[in-house]
Design a binder for this molecule. Structure first.
Ligand SMILES: Cc1ncc(COP(=O)(O)O)c(C=O)c1O
Length: 365
């Protein structure tokens, strides 16, 4: 008898996440030299990892026979100074994705629901499905969260509201005043999750959501070392919330979920704010270049605020395929019900120019 028959029905219904395609995989499939492929598909750092993190990792190699410190003492101490928040306000995850899963373990179950935008980061919906909770998807205003409608969508059984800001994949940001109005009215029986994976590299001012954490509201702010510090391969993210919330989420954390190398690199990266500023400047300049070129090609786009942007290209999947044949990996947006769009990560100047010249040959032959 097949064991599949006995699998948790919630898990069985989940459609796994489709990540950006790795360079090596595309190279194997198309018989192209990986050296000739650029990946602008996963909002990764085009400047590599933080140099300070790399130096710290090299030094740490000889200690890798030890298990990690499950409590992440040094990283916790360093990050607590960085934010001027007590150490017990932090929880660390194998990427901020794992923190979303901890939230699912604790607050999402059959009979509970979570509110999110219809075009928000898809992991929220996947996690709802995995735990048998209802995902209440709220239409956006254009490509931006409609916080007023999200507030109205909260029901008695709602346990979580996900506010992805800036939102991946649409690249839009909600305004401080809209967040304030939302927070003034949000009921006490829900946890508001501000997913701010791109916070440090935005070149527009972010709403001050940490003030709600300091006020001990039912809020968790999620951030990541993957984007601003270029450490996506190490998998380290963190959540900031009042200790009562952190203690609940800690219950589903495996003891060694964040490896030693990741802890060491992340602590060192926090001292590399010069790298973060350099990255931000690279993205801002790259965004200007791509926007100008798109305007010249007559393409509609969503002006970015961080390191990725949406461009309306006609048939998104076809353009994604054609770009891939030319060694440029981007993301088709059909899975987000945006079949005419692609999402491109902002790269180095050379990568941006290569993307634009490939795009030009496809959309205006
Ligand atoms: C909005 C958002 N949240 C979370 C994540 C996950 O980041 P991490 O690498 O920290 O798991 C991503 C990654 O792309 C993201 O875009």
């Amino acid at each position: 008898m097949s064991i599949v028959k006995h699998v948790n029905p919630h898990v069985m219904k989940v459609s796994p996440y489709q990540p950006g395609r790795p360079i090596e995989e595309v190279a194997r499939e198309l018989g192209i030299d990986p050296e000739n492929i650029i990946k602008l598909a996963s909002n990764e750092s085009p400047l590599g990892p933080s140099p300070k993190a790399m130096r710290a990792m090299k030094k740490a190699c000889s200690e890798m026979h030890r298990y990690p410190d499950g409590g992440a003492y040094y990283l916790r101490k360093r990050i607590s100074e960085h934010y001027n928040l007590p150490p017990d306000y932090f929880i660390f995850g194998c990427g901020s994705n794992e923190l979303i899963e901890f939230i699912g373990h604790s607050l999402l179950y059959p009979g509970a629901s979570a509110v999110m935008s219809e075009k928000a980061f898809v992991i929220y919906k996947i996690i709802c499905g995995m735990f048998g909770a209802e995902a209440v998807e709220v239409p956006m205003k254009g490509l931006t969260h409609n916080l007023r409608a999200m507030l109205k969508a909260i029901k008695e059984d709602t346990r979580v509201v996900f506010v992805c800001n800036p939102n991946n994949p649409t690249g839009t940001m909600v305004k401080e005043k809209d967040v304030r109005k939302f927070m003034d009215k949000v009921p006490d029986h829900v946890l508001v999750v501000f997913d701010e994976a791109y916070a440090e590299i935005t070149y527009k001012r972010m709403p001050d959501t940490l003030s709600y954490v300091r006020e001990k509201r039912n809020v968790i702010v999620l951030r990541s070392f993957s984007k601003a510090y270029g450490l996506a391969g190490l998998r380290v993210g963190y959540g900031m919330a009042k200790p009562e919330i952190i203690q609940v989420l800690e219950k589903s954390r495996q003891p060694f979920n964040v490896n030693s190398m990741a802890q060491i690199a992340a602590a060192a990266a926090l001292d590399d704010q010069g790298f973060v500023s350099r990255s931000r400047r690279t993205y801002k300049k790259g965004a200007q270049l791509i926007m100008k070129a798109c305007s010249e090609m007559g393409l509609v786009f969503e002006p970015p605020v961080a390191n990725f942007m949406l461009i309306k290209v006609g048939n998104g999947f076809e353009v994604f395929n054609e770009l891939q044949k030319k060694g440029v990996i981007v993301r088709p947006m059909a899975p987000y019900k945006l079949p005419e769009w692609i999402r491109v990560s902002i790269g180095t100047e050379a990568e941006n120019l290569r993307f634009l010249s490939a795009l030009k040959t496809i959309v205006s032959p």
